[in-house]
Design a protein around this ligand. Structure first.
Ligand SMILES: [Zn+2]
Length: 291
């Protein structure tokens, strides 16, 4: 990927749905925004309609999803929408929402991608910041590895998972060069997945009361319940989608090779933080990014 022009959407667009965790009905409006605006959420249901930029500085710890907080305002389940922005290379957009959680849609980023494509994508004059990974970064723990290193031009993401022989989710992997074409064709439609017992646990805590077996992939012992996989490696593709959305919090294009093994949001967030830190240091020390 070479440095490119920033992009926004051509006209407003919207979608409605409900939050998978909070069950709250939510209306999401996408509005065109100027150069260097970035992706910014706006809670139009709160007094003063606070703005929350989609950047690592506003990350808040939360299980199983990516939550952003600024002052008393928050927005969660941002990762699938952020993946759609990153995948389609839309850099500037105001996202107005009237609830604290983005809609779960069908568990994937497909509805978001369709809403944004329907709005049209237009180039702006200013160049998009490009962060070239020029030294390896490794984040690992007992079960997971997230490794970033210099690579071929562009952003390459791979994801592998193996939950063991007792899991109904088979070992699988996915690898793509991230372009708008691969995002739309291979990544956007991959859905969130949970085990039957996990959803039972979440429901016992008051979450996901409205969720049906068609809103995401629920795995029983024999595989997806009342549902069919959209690809044999749909789970790996979805985890890759989550990673793409979380890394978008760096606020720039990333160039390099990122390999993930059984990682989750917290690993992705840590990598996004480190990449941002590297970028800030590089800016302070002189040009490293492509000019
Ligand atoms: Zn996800």
């Amino acid at each position: 990927m070479r440095q490119r022009q920033q992009q926004t959407i051509q006209s407003p667009s919207e979608l409605r749905g409900y939050g998978l965790f909070t069950n709250a009905e939510v209306r999401v409006r996408f509005l065109p925004a100027g150069e260097h605006h970035g992706i910014v959420f706006q809670r139009v249901d709160l007094a003063d309609k606070p703005l929350i930029p989609a950047l690592v500085d506003f990350l808040a710890p939360e299980e199983r999803r990516t939550k952003l907080v600024r002052g008393a305002a928050s927005v969660e389940m941002t990762e699938h929408l952020l993946a759609a922005f990153a995948g389609l290379r839309i850099d500037n957009c105001l996202v107005q929402i009237d609830a604290p959680e983005l809609p779960g849609c069908d568990g994937s980023a497909l509805w978001y991608a369709e809403a944004l494509l329907n709005a049209g994508i237009v180039a702006q004059s200013a160049p998009r910041d490009l962060l070239q990974i020029d030294q390896p970064e490794l984040i690992e723990d007992a079960t997971s590895v997230l490794h970033a290193e210099p690579g071929e031009p562009g952003l390459w993401l791979s994801y592998s998972l193996d939950y063991g022989s007792h899991s109904p989710i088979r070992p699988q992997s996915a690898e793509f060069q991230i372009t708008p074409e691969t995002f739309v064709a291979k990544i956007a439609s991959a859905r969130t997945f949970v085990l039957e017992q996990e959803i039972a646990y979440l429901r016992s805590r008051g979450y996901g009361q409205k969720v049906t077996l068609q809103d995401l992939l629920v795995f029983g012992p024999q595989g997806p319940i009342e549902n069919a996989l959209r690809a044999p490696n749909e789970c790996a593709r979805h985890k890759l989608l989550d990673c793409l959305g979380d890394l978008a919090l760096a606020g720039c294009d990333i160039q390099g090779q990122i390999r993930a093994i059984r990682t989750g949001h917290r690993h992705n967030h840590e990598l996004a933080r480190r990449l941002c830190q590297a970028q800030r240091q590089a800016s302070a020390n002189g040009p490293r990014r492509a000019a």
